[in-house]
Design a protein around this ligand. Structure first.
Ligand code: GLU
Length: 457
């Protein structure tokens, strides 16, 4: 069987690191099994779904290194949902209800005071055709509920009915269908809730594994029944724990904070985001993986803990720094070129500066310092300026290499008697304008003799 997974966001906002976790769990699972990955936009809510958000999500996934094999939109598939709904109605499994939210709430309270589970009592199943016609005449439109098979004699007397599955993430799971209300599949305004379209698509697109957040565990019980009612074997399911902020709040698409787009704008490396999104809340060590392949090798869904995992953006910055500082030139070259950092000096430049960078874009400051002029901040005292001038008299002849700095400073030390910080700092300030930065032994050959000489005033 070919493994086919899907990531199914609603394009109603920017995706955040928690959504990325779901996307990555699916992507890595597919990678591990040479499977297919479908991006499915759950855009049945025409009001709140926006094409711009869908584009943003596709862009965020590409940035993370996820390349869908196929992309579909639920808004283009209504005919299939209508056909499935009709089939369920014909089978007597989808029934019309006319209660208002207030009526439902009143009944719920009554059930609670009678110590009955606060689930829907299926009163609509008792409506006669005349009663339904009367509601319709009043202008009431029905919403439609799916009849769960949690009874033996009569639907008004539900009995414990266990749905079991072997969860790809959580291991053996059991949901009791008697503990839930018949789910509403179609609202009174005719729009679909997510439950039915998702199952129809999963059948139609040959989805073999549904991997999603553990807020969907209960849904899964009802959805397994829906698969069966529509004549299809249910897929395998996996439910991962959710991420929260450090203070324990859930992440929201609307909050914007911790969105993948904002992390990208902050200069965080995509593999830092992917590594943390996947490894947080698992028994795996959270160390940044340099590539998606490496992450796939380390990904073990069953190592995921059950409780929510706290996501700390500071950890992300540290992982990102780590990735940049260890990045080989071959990997950095394309991005450096996009910043305008190219040519024969680019590789030596990268190896010299990467250990001092927090973000890739910071390389640009150092490139300017190397190719144009020192930063203006590093003002020297009169005395140090005179020292630098004198030091320049001892600059070795070219060709220059990694040993030139040592040779130069030895000569300066012998001539002036200065040593340690008093020797290095004025030279560093004169050459770079900054009090800290890459090894001068590495920078010096990049500058070359002529440019070094020009930096003495
Ligand atoms: N659109 C649903 C959600 O974002 C998809 C859930 C699923 O993967 O089935 O919650």
């Amino acid at each position: 069987m070919t493994v086919t997974v899907r990531f199914a966001p609603s394009p109603t906002g920017h995706i955040h690191i928690g959504n990325a976790r779901t996307a990555l769990f699916n992507w890595l699972y597919a990678q591990q099994h040479q499977g297919r990955f479908i991006l499915r936009f759950d855009d049945t809510d025409r009001e709140r779904s926006k094409a711009a958000y869908a584009e943003g999500i596709a862009h965020d996934l590409a940035w993370l290194g996820i390349r869908p094999d196929d992309t579909v939109s639920q808004s283009a598939r209504f005919a299939k949902y209508d056909a499935a709904a009709e089939a369920l109605k014909a089978a007597g499994l989808l029934y019309a209800c006319y209660e208002t939210p207030e009526e439902l709430e009143r009944r719920r309270k009554i059930r609670l005071t009678r110590r009955l589970p606060p689930v829907y009592g299926r009163e609509a199943l008792k409506l006669t055709d005349e009663e339904k016609a009367a509601f319709e005449a009043e202008g009431r439109k029905p919403h439609w509920r799916f009849l769960l098979p949690n009874f033996s004699e009569t639907p008004f007397d539900p009995v414990r009915t266990e749905m079991r599955w072997e969860d790809v993430v959580r291991g053996p799971q059991t949901v009791d269908l008697a503990s839930m209300s018949d789910p509403v599949l179609i609202r009174a305004d005719g729009t679909y809730l997510y439950t039915l379209p998702s199952v129809v698509d999963d059948i139609d697109l040959g989805v073999s594994h549904v991997i999603r957040g553990d807020d969907h565990v209960t849904n899964t019980g009802a959805q397994i029944v829906l698969f069966e009612a529509l004549g299809a074997p249910p897929p395998a399911f996996g439910h991962h724990n959710l991420l929260t902020t450090v203070s324990g709040e859930g992440l929201s698409k609307r909050s914007g904070a911790l969105s993948i787009a904002s992390l990208r704008e902050d200069g965080i490396e995509p593999m830092a985001v992917a590594s943390l999104a996947v490894l947080i809340g698992t028994s795996e060590n959270v160390a940044a993986a340099a590539s998606m392949q490496e992450l796939a090798d380390r990904f073990a869904p069953t190592a995921t803990s059950r409780s929510a995992a706290k996501f700390d953006p500071l950890e992300l910055a540290a992982l990102s720094r780590h990735l940049i500082q260890a990045m080989p030139f071959a990997e950095a070259a394309g991005r450096l070129a996009a910043l305008g950092i190219a040519g024969d000096r680019a590789e030596a430049f990268w190896l010299a500066v990467r250990g001092n960078l927090d973000r890739m874009d910071d390389a640009l400051d150092w490139w300017r310092i190397v190719t144009e002029a020192p930063d203006p901040e590093g003002a020297l005292s009169e005395e140090d300026r005179a020292f630098v001038k004198e030091a320049m008299l001892h600059l070795p002849a070219e060709p220059w290499d990694a040993g030139t700095w040592r040779a130069w400073t030895d000569a300066v030390k012998a001539a002036t008697g200065r040593k340690g910080r008093a020797l290095f700092m004025p030279l560093r300030l004169a050459l770079t304008g900054r009090g800290a930065g890459p090894e001068l032994a590495d920078l010096l050959p990049l500058l070359g003799r002529e440019e070094t000489l020009a930096r003495q005033s």
